[in-house]
Design a protein around this ligand. Sequence first.
Ligand code: FAD
Length: 366
Amino acid sequence: MKVSPPLSPTLVPTKSNDRISDELLKSLSTAAVDEETGARPIHRSIDLLRGAGMLLDDGTKDAQATARALMRVGSVNLSVGRLWEGHVNALLLINLYGTSEVKSAIQEQISNGAFLGVWGADGTVPVTSGAAEGRLMGAKNFASGLGTVSHAIITVNSGPEVQLALVNVSDMKRADPSVWDMRGMKATASGTYDFTGVKGDDVAWIGNPGDYLQEPHFVGGVWRIAALQVGAAVGLLDQAAAQLRAMGRMQAEPQKTRLMSVLMRAWAGMSFVERAALATLRTDLTSEQIVATSISARLMTEEVALDAIRAVEQSIGLQHFGSNSGTGQMTRDLSVYLRQAARDAFLQRAANAALAQDGAIWGVFE
Ligand SMILES: Cc1cc2nc3c(=O)[nH]c(=O)nc-3n(C[C@H](O)[C@H](O)[C@H](O)COP(=O)(O)OP(=O)(O)OC[C@H]3O[C@@H](n4cnc5c(N)ncnc54)[C@H](O)[C@@H]3O)c2cc1C
């Protein structure tokens, strides 16, 4: 019998956990329960990422590897994944639009313990500049990582005049984590931060007005959210299957059918997310093609994750809803995390790119 030659190594994808050790993933997984209750501060997990050298990368050196790393972290600890994604996004914005002085200063600060976030969502009084002596006014809402993020990229002013600013946010007198009264993602402490009175001298402006909205980096970046979503869905299915195996129920055909039909779509979603990540590096595509792919990956993985939650609820049954249930904790986090901005408007935008003109149907698969 003829034996086929092995594939060329360049055709064999690398393992998705190549950049993250199993030991690190295990530690993040174990930490998740205590981080949810507040018994363990989440900054200890962030320090594990720092120790693994994961905080100096803005995700663009190897976008596919970044997507896979986000999936892996999201599969074991979605709150840590969300904070890490914010840090990666902030570093990318600084690298895209910051001066060389700010870029090198922030690299040094990260090496010395800084951790970043991007706080765009405004509070009741939006953050604006131009008050007396150039001070800021207003507050941010849903500001992830209060007490963990040391420096945030914030949006100041709105519309085409929106401008990015890098501000030290370690003054906890300005923070209110208590308003983050959600049933999931508790460990992210995504409350409010009041910038009123912050002096102009304490603000490092990043880029020009409107830069933040430039594509394909703005909406085009939602593939990172998609990576976390699909990773968390796979992590949830994994946890459910382990529980069913322990109960001697995984061999039942209805369980295999229910979970496998979702897992195969999750695998498809993972592949799509990798493709969306790689698309951001292509210069032969229009920005809108890249954005449409990223949006589609984000919304497709949202659907898969919702299906995973439904399948796990049906498979585990009532035990899933106990306060100590592992699948219950993962579901609380995932269902909250899936509520990301502007899903319906994004779908319309993707449809306009792919369906509203001749010859656009193949998108990035052209
Ligand atoms: C865990 C977590 C951490 C976060 N961390 C941060 C952070 O660090 N920084 C930050 O800036 N933000 C953060 N956010 C907030 C995020 O940026 C969004 O603001 C938030 O997720 C929006 O969620 P939403 O469901 O209210 O979306 P919306 O877009 O407000 O949608 C809400 C609902 O309204 C409907 N809807 C929306 N627009 C219309 C319309 N025009 N017509 C009809 N229906 C409409 C949609 O169908 C949707 O179901 C975080 C969110 C989460 C979940």
